[in-house]
Design a binder for this molecule. Sequence first.
Ligand code: PMP
Length: 402
Amino acid sequence: MSLPDLFANRTLRMSASEIRELLKLLDQPDIISFAGGIPDPAYFPRDAFAEAMDVALSEQAAGVSLQYSTSEGYTPLRAWIAQHMAGLGVPCSPDNIMITAGSQQALDYLGKLLIDKDDTALVGWPTYLGALGAFNAYEPRFDRLDAADNRAPEEIAEAAKAAGGRVKFAYVSPDFANPTGVTLDMTERAALLARADALDCALIEDAAYQSLRYEGESLAPFLAMEIEAKGDIEACRTIYLGSFSKTLAPGLRVGWVVAAKPVISQLVLIKQAADLQTATLNQIAVAHVAQAVFDDHVATLRDVYSTRMRAMLDALEEHMPEEVQWTRPEGGMFIWVTLPRGMDGKALLERALKAKVAFVPGGAFYADGSNANTLRLNFSMVTPARIHEGVARLGQVLRAEG
Ligand code: PMP
């Protein structure tokens, strides 16, 4: 007997994330890495967290903060989130909110909630790799749904039926998506919402980067548009995922789900069975810090990251060969580069590493591994001077390719 022979079939679909494997190689200081996808630790609100932890661990408070608490999440944190959501045009009550261990946990729970084997999950082409990984464990079939795909909903539903299941949800990140940095405009949002209506499926709105806008006006979340159209969150198919990872700190693992109450009640049962609750102390600390500094802190991040984004856009303009294209995001952490057809991001990475610059090859972000001639560049972790140097190196590697 060998233990791996006993592993469940679902594990056959799990493979190490290319990004995580890569990040292991990038500790060398002379490599300029655009491969990350994480906030700059220099800007964590450390003092605010130290103060919040002190309060939470005081003699009067420790009995609560070190204790078990409810699966729904810490009530004052849910109240803060309800207010934050109202500011985004999403009137909801704390009963429409469940706290999760980051939005990654919400993706896993939604896979568990919605996917039977061979059901269809509609995703962007490309989409967030971590969402593909989370859903994959529930053995779905992936199909495409994005602004560039104009198949009739009936055709998508037929294909799902032929594969032995039905379309359960569309997963979309409307603002500064990972990996492309692209934002859907209001027409595209309305069209996708109408398609979810026509398919009668859930719409999972991943808003991980929503607060990190550097240019242009904030656009209404799907959930806000749907509440406006249908009058009440209880009539909505959108399930909104928020996270404090990109605004405050990812290490505390605090995110949230907003949805109609029956969805929240079922997710609470899933959470009870999975991990009982998100860490009480972390939720209390995040509630304190959010109340004290959220807006100011996000303003600081916008300043820092927008300078880096502009530096990268300028550097691309200066150093990329003519035939290379890239997105021009209005926020977030990423720029998506498309190389001439026939070029391969992975092969390019090997040569780029020799020139001491790194990125993530784009093929991993496609459910079918297609479009290998793409790359994801991260700008949140690199200072403007190093961005210029790194993009210059990348330009040289590309020119050497001929
Ligand atoms: N969604 C997207 C689009 C992301 O980029 C990430 C993190 N890279 C997550 C969800 C998960 O983040 P967290 O679990 O830290 O909230």
